[in-house]
Design a protein around this ligand. Structure first.
Ligand code: AOF
Ligand code: ZN
Length: 379
């Protein structure tokens, strides 16, 4: 979309845009691969209709809000977290719906970088509607909220959060290696935090080693799921070692493997509920992790929580495929400040959040140089 005009967005409009953002957040995780968008239709400070994106294939946020506003949309202002679409996708263009309803001004927080859907702002302007871009802080908030969608559109792969549990002095704890031979290193509060993360993503990724040694369910437990679906289990499993009896298989796991692997067990795995997908290999003959993520994008997976053991963690970090690193540090396991575990993540990361969870620390970092995600289409 073309040039932004920030000064003309007043305090009332900013408040409506904030409400639109809250609406978008309320449907997070229910719209993938579509972005979760919020829309508020208002006349001055009075909201006459509001809405958020429905699951893929059904109404976009603008259509829901316009439906609620009815005739009151005529002459009103629409506040939308994402530039309205201008294309016939699974639904007709929101741009047309806004024009037909008689909206006269549109405030947008973030342009739509999807080349097939974008162009709504220019189309509205061409029809004589006033279109303004909200303040930068909203754009940043939406970019954060829509990290998965922006990653799919900009890079053809999902946004990846890597979760590691470690001791203070920096040993990475694989499942089953906990103190006293127990399964957990971190306490119940940190584990609940993991379930909150799981509840916010489309897929949970592990390596086959984790499945073979631990048989995890990778589902959301102990926290409310709301309207969201359970995340899809995904196993990077080059040699197709996942047993058909594994819990994740019954949950419909995607098993990403090599074309030549496990020919004799494929039928049993499929029969038991898994989907086996061949992924190109790298020069080392192993499944190429970047190609594996591209496969997930094709399956509409926009956000991934990786909960791997050390090997896959190294692979993902080494390939530059981690967008956020969440470390759970068991503070009871040593002295001094927590140390990074892996060589690859010693540098180049900045801390965005440090918080407590019971006796553990949750330490969240992102790459200093964020991978290029085009958030604005320059016209
Ligand atoms: C909007 N409002 O609430 C959303 C938008 O196949 P469709 O018709 O559902 O279109 C999907 C595309 O529309 C999606 O990739 C993104 O570019 C945009 N999403 N647009 O005007 C919304 N969710
Ligand atoms: Zn739309």
């Amino acid at each position: 979309m073309t040039a932004a005009t920030t000064p003309t967005v007043d305090a009332t409009e900013r408040a409506h845009l904030a409400r639109a953002l809250a609406l978008a957040t309320s449907v997070r995780g229910t719209t993938s691969p579509n972005p979760a968008v919020g829309c508020v239709i208002a006349r001055g400070d009075r909201i006459v209709g509001e809405g958020a994106t429905r699951p893929p294939g059904s109404a976009h946020a603008e259509v829901v809000a316009l439906g609620a506003a009815g005739e009151q949309a005529r002459g009103a202002t629409a506040h939308i977290t994402l530039e309205p679409c201008a294309h016939h996708g699974r639904t007709p263009p929101c741009t047309d719906a806004l024009l037909a309803a008689g909206v006269t001004r549109v405030v947008i927080a973030h342009p739509d970088p999807n080349p097939t859907a974008s162009g709504g702002a220019d189309a509205l302007r061409a029809a004589g509607i006033e279109v303004v871009l909200g303040p930068e802080v909203f754009r940043a908030a939406v970019a954060d909220e829509l990290a998965g969608f922006l990653s799919l559109v900009g890079r053809g792969r999902p946004h990846v959060t890597l979760k590691l549990a470690q001791t203070v002095d920096g040993s990475l704890v694989a499942p089953g290696d906990g103190p006293g031979g127990g399964r957990w290193i971190t306490g119940p509060a940190a584990r609940r935090a993991v379930h909150r993360w799981r509840a916010s993503v489309d897929a949970v990724l592990v390596g086959s080693g984790t499945v073979v040694s631990d048989d995890p369910g990778l589902d959301v437990r102990d926290v409310p799921l709301g309207r969201r679906q359970q995340p899809r289990p995904v196993v990077l499993d080059g040699r197709l070692r996942t047993p058909p009896t594994a819990k994740v298989v019954a949950r419909g796991a995607l098993l990403l493997t090599r074309a030549d692997a496990g020919r004799s067990v494929r039928a049993a795995l499929t029969e038991a509920g898994a989907q086996v997908i061949d992924v190109p290999t790298g020069v080392d003959g192993k499944v190429d992790p970047a190609a594996a993520l591209r496969v997930l994008a094709v399956h509409g997976i926009a956000t991934v929580l990786a909960e791997p053991g050390a090997k896959l963690a190294h692979t993902l970090l080494g390939a530059g495929l981690v967008d956020r690193l969440v470390r759970h540090v068991a503070l009871g396991t040593g002295a001094g400040p927590p140390r990074p575990v892996l060589d690859e993540d010693a540098d180049g990361w900045r801390t965005v959040r440090v918080g407590g969870a019971g006796a553990d620390l949750i330490w969240e970092r992102v790459p200093v140089t964020r991978p290029a995600v085009p958030t604005e289409r320059q016209a």
